[in-house]
Every structure is written in structure tokens, then in C-alpha cells.
Design a protein around this ligand. Structure first.
Ligand SMILES: [Zn+2]
Ligand SMILES: [Zn+2]
Length: 309
């Protein structure tokens, strides 16, 4: 079966002289190619996740790389049978990702970022039972459905909580640390932050989990990778996949996140397809009842409208 859509994930830290101009150029480009997703443009660079038909996505890559400041962009590509983004959003932000340490100015000097460790090298560390700390730079809800074996997973809901977390692992300042995230963008700053705060032996996984899966087959990654589009998670490990998470209702082993079906409920939870159906996609008894009430009132309204006609 041929897959129709490409999903592109990319970032580049580079000083942009005129972010507004980059924004209008990108907006036009995306519209002309009918791409959807989101792009953040900042003085410090660009970060995007986009999806479109294969030819259009390839054209986007070529066009974007035709600009000198983006000519060495690295792309993480996955495939999908559907368009996973509802619309195209391009936003200006002061930073492409933020640790939120300082009110104004830069949280870290990005030049202090750690050296990369390539996917194959990380695989070797595991295979040779090397003594190192593998540190997840993502949020806990992401790590809950998939993470590297033995990874330390910070109990954080947002990247802004990472600096406070770092204070709790000061015992590891002399230890060999490898940080990782989805595609690498957060590690650039997390690793710089750690190094600026006395952690001496930090490296960051080049290209993140996604590149690791593509290049090594994903051995030693357990569960699936959380992603920020409608798919919510994608497989990484094709060598010896295992599931580390459980359905919140029946405890069946499953790497499957869903959004609560009740509009306005922010809950994102792990749920098997049987329980999703049984509970009408709700995260709780309260949401289940509210969904039923809403459906009942919609049915009633419909009856009224029909009666008026
Ligand atoms: Zn279940
Ligand atoms: Zn809910």
C-alpha cells in the first residue's frame, strides 16, 4: 500500500535578521503547496511540523533549503495515509522553544549545547552495557507511552519545568549523560542548560528518537513515540517492540493515547480501542455523563426544529 502523505519535522537554530519576511515567504510557500501544520519563526530560528502530499512536501524541502540560512536543514520524515493537521499556522515567537528561565534575553547560550551522539553510537553504548545516564528531555506524558530503556524521565508537564528538575539531579554532574527528545530541538537547549549549570559530560542524541528509529531500527526504545499531531503516537522500535503503558480503564497493555471526547476536557489518556468505544471516548464517568447529556439535548433540539418546520 502506498502512503500518500509525508510528515516533515525540522528545526534550525540560526539568527534570522528579518523574521517577518521569513514568515510571509513561508506562508506563501505552504499555501501554494497546500501543506498543513505549524511553523514557529523566531529571531533564533525556525521549527516546523508539516504534512502534505509527497510531491508537494518534497518541493517544500527543496524551496526551503534554497535559502542560504536553511541550506543545511535536517529533516525527519514519516508517512501517513491522511492529512493529520487541520490547518496551517505560522507564528512568530521570541524563541522556537523556551525554558522560561529569564524574563528577557536568552535562557541559554545555544553555543554551549552538548556534542551530538549519533544513533549508532547510542546503540553501541546499550549493546556494550556502558555506564551512562539516559535522560529524557520531554514531558512525562510523552515518556509514559515510550522511552529509552532505563531512561530517567522527569516528572514535568512542560519544558519550562526542566530547569527546576535539573536541580534535583545535581548528583549526576560528573556522570556521563545522554539527553534525547523527539527530534532534537529541545535537547539543544536542555543540554546547553545542563552544561551551563555544571554538568560536565553531556551529549545529545542527534536527530532525536525519530532519527534513532530510522537509523537503528529502534532497539532499546520501549513503547511508542508521542507526537504532536492527530496520530498522537508512532512506532519506533521494529527490532523487538514492547509496550510499556496500560489502558486506564482495563489495564490492557497498549501504547495508545486519545483525547477526551468531551469538548472542553483537556484530558489526554491511554486507552484501548474497546474501552474507547465502551466509554464513548470519555476520560471519566463525569465526562461520559456530560457527553450523554449533550447528545440528548442535541436530539431534543433537533426534534423542536423539526416540529417548527
Ligand atoms: Zn481498555
Ligand atoms: Zn474528559
Amino acid at each position: 500500500m502506498t502512503k500518500k502523505y509525508k510528515v516533515l519535522l525540522y528545526y534550525k537554530y540560526v539568527n534570522l535578521e528579518n523574521p517577518q519576511e521569513v514568515m510571509s515567504w513561508q506562508r506563501e510557500l505552504c499555501e501554494s503547496l497546500n501543506l498543513k501544520g505549524r511553523i514557529i519563526i523566531a529571531d533564533e530560528g525556525i521549527n516546523g511540523t508539516l504534512s502534505g502530499l509527497e510531491n508537494e512536501s518534497d518541493k517544500y524541502i527543496r524551496e526551503t533549503m534554497s535559502r542560504p540560512e536553511f541550506s543545511d536543514m535536517e529533516w525527519k520524515i514519516s508517512y501517513s495515509n491522511a492529512q493529520n493537521f487541520p490547518k496551517m499556522k505560522i507564528k512568530y515567537r521570541p524563541e522556537i522553544v523556551t525554558l522560561g528561565v529569564k524574563k528577557t534575553g536568552k535562557d541559554v547560550n545555544i553555543d554551549n549545547k552538548a556534542h551530538y551522539i549519533e544513533p549508532e553510537e547510542l546503540l553501541n553504548l546499550y549493546e556494550n552495557n556502558e555506564n551512562f545516564l539516559i535522560l529524557d528531555a520531554r514531558n512525562l506524558y510523552e515518556a509514559n507511552i515510550g522511552k529509552f530503556k532505563n531512561a530517567l524521565t522527569p516528572p514535568i508537564d512542560s519544558f519550562r519545568e526542566f530547569p527546576a528538575f535539573a536541580k534535583t539531579i545535581e548528583d549526576y554532574k560528573d556522570k556521563e549523560i545522554v539527553t534525547y527528545c523527539t527530534g532534537g530541538i529541545r535537547c539543544e537547549k536542555a543540554s546547553a542548560y545542563l552544561r551551563e549549570n555544571g554538568f560536565k559530560k553531556v551529549r545529545q542524541l542527534h536527530g532525536g528518537i525519530q532519527t534513532y528509529g530510522d537509523k537503528t531500527g529502534g532497539k532499546h526504545f520501549e513503547g511508542e513515540m508521542f507526537i504532536f499531531d492527530d496520530r498522537l503516537h508512532i512506532p519506533v522500535n521494529t527490532v523487538d517492540p514492547k509496550i510499556i503503558s496500560e489502558c486506564k480503564f482495563c489495564n490492557t497493555k497498549v501504547s495508545r493515547y486519545i483525547d477526551c471526547n468531551l469538548i472542553g476536557c483537556p484530558s489526554l489518556f491511554i486507552c484501548c480501542s474497546e474501552c474507547e468505544e465502551e466509554n464513548n471516548g470519555s476520560c471519566s464517568k463525569e465526562c461520559f455523563d456530560k457527553i450523554n447529556e449533550t447528545n440528548a439535548s442535541l436530539r431534543n433540539n433537533k426534534t423542536v426544529v423539526q416540529a417548527n418546520v
